[in-house]
Design a protein around this ligand. Structure first.
Ligand code: SAM
Ligand code: SF4
Length: 514
């Protein structure tokens, strides 16, 4: 990060994100919150006063990463740097993190992000990092000067104002009061210290009805804007830690979502991706719009050329979504519909709440759509009790659906989940074998599916340039990567027509047509 004078008294922070798109977007909002609170983002751990990790615990491997990172940088505590763990591992492990990594000062689950401003004040109270007399508004102004902007990954960044204000002051302070104890005479929360160690937690909000709506979102992609429409999950699939880490399901009002969509369209974004662990169970608290209606309304926002959504749950996936895709051209020709297994017996054990037949009914709806819809999915292999016959059913399902992409996972036992109590664990080697067989089968399917595009013309959003190959990187409405050459350089973020000339298992090749 450059452009900020060394004498700048601002506190600095470094944030690394692990895991899914929800986490990536949560981080954009966390960064917005920190900037609003007078912090400045830096790109190296060594430059930061506060080091934050936004974590994922969907599988054991993801969870271990954060502890490795914390161990790697522990020595920096001697320089007065503070460490915070956010997200799913924070919520799952809670105060145990302080035992495993005593240099951590802040542990905050995603359902408690609304309290971050108060937690930061508490951290500052301990370090005295920001001048105590600096009012929050003045710190916000400082954060909004050009020199305080974060440096985006893509080179052209923006910080946009969010329509809904974060509840601060009264309500947040009252909540914080309960969580952390009384405020001192300066209006700061009294820090809870053990010797020299500060312990701040935000872990008790999983029953909240509030979504994390920030005044500012520090978006890292200047063309595709992510908008959370629903947080948490009430599905409790037997293998999944998400309902325990992200808390109960809660939706934003359609009004608030649409206001954010209009706002980012005004800022020049042309693609929107609606996010949630299960977007199909969206329930407008104001009772105005269903998910399909909201999707269509976002697609009709002036300036928006593409709308995507993820993730869908087969149980809640209605035909009205396909009708919306048929009716609104800006809705992309792609649906990600995780199946997890092709065996109804395993789906029952997973508590997925649908059968293979019901899943295939949804696939039939998609296949009867006016436009060809590209379908992708998630599959877990080696769930406890999965027999060779169950696995064969999953392979058969891949052939029957003809997926355009499959995200494959080996079952990983997670804390608190019902599947932990199941017998007949599948040995690791067998899980690995099934994973390889599945991936090989899907590769063949994709080779055939991608080959069909040769000779067609696709519109792509230009996402980047590969210097080494002399190719531009584009994305189709079907969510396929289409690398192409062009006589005249297209601008990143614009749309181009590309003639497809070749295909690979995971990408297409083409030439821009003028
Ligand atoms: N909410 C989405 C859904 O219902 O599919 C996605 C949740 S999760 C972030 C993404 C994927 O991780 C899941 O679809 C599932 O395939 C995989 N997953 C979740 N828990 C897992 C576990 N314990 N072991 C292996 N894979 C898991
Ligand atoms: Fe996890 Fe199931 Fe909820 Fe998806 S729907 S987040 S897999 S519990």
């Amino acid at each position: 990060m450059s452009g900020v004078p060394q004498s700048n008294p601002q506190k600095t922070f470094y944030l690394e994100t692990f895991g899914c798109q929800m986490n990536v977007h949560d981080s954009e909002k966390v960064v917005g919150t920190l900037i609003q609170e007078g912090y400045r983002q830096v790109e190296a751990v060594e430059q930061a006063d506060l080091i934050l990790y936004n974590t994922c615990s969907i599988r054991d491997k993801a969870e271990q990463k954060v502890f490795h990172r914390l161990a790697d940088y522990k020595k920096l505590q001697a320089q007065g740097k503070k460490f915070g763990v956010l997200g799913c591992v924070a919520q799952q492990e809670g105060e145990k993190i302080f035992e495993r990594a005593p240099h951590v000062s802040l542990v905050c689950g995603s359902a408690s992000y609304n309290k971050l401003p108060d937690m930061l004040v508490k951290l500052e109270g301990v370090s005295g990092a920001l001048p105590p007399e600096t009012p929050r508004a003045a710190r916000k102004d400082a954060a909004l000067r050009d020199d305080a902007f974060i440096e985006p990954e893509t080179g052209v960044g923006s910080i946009d104002a969010h329509p809904a204000k974060t509840a601060q002051g009264g309500a947040a302070s009252a909540l914080a009061d309960r969580a952390f104890g009384p405020m001192d005479s300066r209006g700061r929360l009294s820090p809870h210290q053990t010797g020299n160690l500060v312990r701040i937690t935000g872990l008790d909000d999983r029953q909240t009805d509030k979504c994390f709506e920030t005044e500012f979102t520090a978006r890292t992609n200047p063309h595709r804007g992510y908008i959370t429409i629903i947080e948490g999950c009430d599905k409790f699939c037997a293998y999944c830690v998400v309902p325990f880490t992200r808390g109960k399901e809660r939706s934003r009002t359609s009004e608030s979502v649409l206001a954010e969509a209009r706002q980012i369209a005004d800022l020049g974004y042309s693609e929107i991706q609606l996010l949630g662990q299960n977007v199909n169970s969206y329930k407008d608290p104001a009772g105005k719009q269903s998910f399909a209606e909201l999707l269509a309304a976002v697609g009709e926002v002036p300036g928006i050329k593409r709308v995507r959504f993820t993730t869908s749950h087969p149980r809640d996936f209605g035909r009205d979504i396909i009708e919306a895709i048929d009716a609104v051209p800006t809705l992309c020709d792609h649906v990600h519909l995780p199946v997890q297994s092709g065996s109804t017996r395993v789906l029952d054990a997973m508590q997925r709440l649908y059968s293979r037949e019901q899943y295939m009914e949804r696939i039939a709806w998609m296949k009867s759509a006016k436009r060809e819809i590209s379908i992708t999915t998630d599959v877990i292999v080696g769930f406890p009790g999965e027999t060779e016959a169950d696995f064969a059913e999953t392979l058969g399902l891949l052939d029957e659906v003809g997926y355009d992409g499959v995200f494959t996972f080996k079952y990983s036992p997670r804390p608190n989940t019902p599947a932990l109590g199941l017998e007949d664990a599948i040995p690791e080697e067998e899980k690995s074998r099934r994973l390889e067989v599945l991936m090989a089968r899907q590769r063949e399917i994709q080779i055939a599916r991608y080959r069909k595009y040769i000779g067609t013309r696709c519109e792509v959003m230009v996402e980047g340039h590969n210097e080494a190959r002399g190719q531009w990187i584009g994305r189709t409405s079907h969510n396929k990567t289409l690398n192409f050459t062009a006589d005249q350089a297209p601008k990143i973020g614009t749309y181009a027509q590309v003639q497809v000339t070749g295909s690979f298992p995971n990408s297409l090749l083409g030439e821009m047509v003028v």
